[in-house]
Design a protein around this ligand. Structure first.
Ligand SMILES: *Cc1c(COP(=O)(O)O)cnc(C)c1O
Length: 374
């Protein structure tokens, strides 16, 4: 069955990228970050590929994502990084999901959930080492550590890990990188002195895993690099292979006269008689509307810039005198092998990051896995 637009995901590429990251991590374990539908690549499929590639943990942002992994049959260690009061922590404990605890209220809720579940909750303490987002620092860190160790002594929790997150690891040499590594080392040492016996200390995202050896500790948490996109565009691709190719089949090809206004607002006019093709993907599928008259796609063997505004369900390209037929495949972005733009190129053209390009591809776009599941 043909579909108007499709995201083809190369699971071998994901497994290969994880293998490369594992090698770079030299002995540290890999937690594959599969939050947000695995950055748009498909939660369960990407998770399976990452485990096949050597990851030994899965990481998600939200509890609902971890529960979906459990529903899909994944029993591997899975860490949730973000929570709000009142989430079903009892279910998390019962289903053996690891929770990041970076606030006293959360520790309290997790302890109560563990009591109800009749087993110890597995928690990772979150230190704010300089990002000023999740986690705590200073006196609050000491309080959190002390409270967590008391809860551990009473059998309610098992303090499995200590973690933090980089703010600027994608800017090599940024002074905050060394400062965060230093703060993390000290904060982990404080907790260990107080009696914590961590199985894993972890700090590094993709950029940290690839470029900050002293940030690897026991485990690294790559996201974007697993999907084959560079976390630091200025340093190149690191040998990673982009996993997602976004394609659409031309819906209509037609000749129009010169001076024709194209799409909403007529922000593009044909210069002379020309051939237009209608591409059935729009902002309702996650194509950025900011890409109107800016983004390129590969059609009929050549790059074409989107002509006029991106609509909700479609956009138009100007083929000049080149030929294309309804049903011919247009590559919006991919690894670049065939001359198509990469997600990084789209990001550069729009002043954003490749993360946003792949993650925003919507649920209306089916994912396919040409090489099969791993
Ligand atoms: C998303 C996320 C990562 C991965 O970040 P990348 O830059 O994609 O490698 C790592 N750790 C945490 C806590 C995250 O939320």
């Amino acid at each position: 069955m043909n579909v108007p637009a499709e995201a083809r995901v190369d699971l071998d590429a994901i497994a290969g990228n994880v293998g490369l990251l594992r090698e770079r991590a030299r002995g540290a374990e890999v937690m594959a970050m599969v939050k947000a539908e695995a950055y748009g690549h498909g939660l369960a499929e990407a998770a399976g590929a990452a485990l096949a590639g050597g990851a030994s943990w899965l990481g998600v942002a939200k509890l609902v994502e971890a529960l979906r992994l459990r529903d899909a049959g994944f029993t591997v260690r899975t860490l949730v990084s973000v929570g709000v009061p009142g989430e079903p922590y009892e279910e998390a404990v019962a289903r053996d999901v690891d929770l990041t605890v970076g606030a006293l209220w959360l520790l309290d809720e997790v302890v109560q959930a563990a009591e109800r579940a009749g087993r110890a909750a597995r928690i990772h303490l979150k230190a704010d080492t300089g990002m000023s987002r999740g986690g705590v620092r200073g006196r609050d860190w000491e309080e959190l550590v002390d409270a967590a160790l008391k809860a551990e002594a009473s059998g309610r929790v098992h303090v499995v890990g200590v973690m933090s997150h980089f703010a600027c690891a994608d800017e090599p040499g940024h002074p905050s990188i060394a400062a965060q590594v230093g703060a993390f080392t000290e904060m982990a040492a404080y907790a260990e002195k107080a009696g914590a016996r961590f199985e894993v200390r972890h700090l590094a995202n993709s950029a940290g895993a690839l470029t900050v050896p002293e940030a690897r500790f026991d485990l690294v948490r790559p996201g974007i690099a697993m999907y084959g996109l560079t976390p630091i565009p200025a340093l190149g691709t690191f040998g990673l292979r982009p996993a997602m190719t976004l394609v659409a089949d031309a819906a209509l090809v037609k000749r129009v006269p010169g001076g024709s206004g194209v799409s909403y607002g007529h922000t593009y006019h044909t210069e002379r008689e020309t051939t237009l093709a209608v591409v059935p993907a729009g902002y309702g599928d996650g194509i950025p509307r900011h890409g109107s008259n800016v983004l390129q796609v590969l059609a009929g063997g050549a790059r074409r810039t989107i002509a006029g505004r991106v609509c909700m369900d479609q956009f138009v390209i100007d083929l000049g005198d080149d030929h294309l037929a309804a049903g011919d495949e247009i590559v919006l972005f991919g690894p670049g092998d065939r001359g198509e733009p990469t997600a990084q190129e789209w990001a550069d053209a729009l002043g954003t990051i490749s993360y946003e390009i792949v993650t925003r591809i919507g649920s209306r776009v089916p994912r396919s896995y040409p090489g099969g599941a791993l």
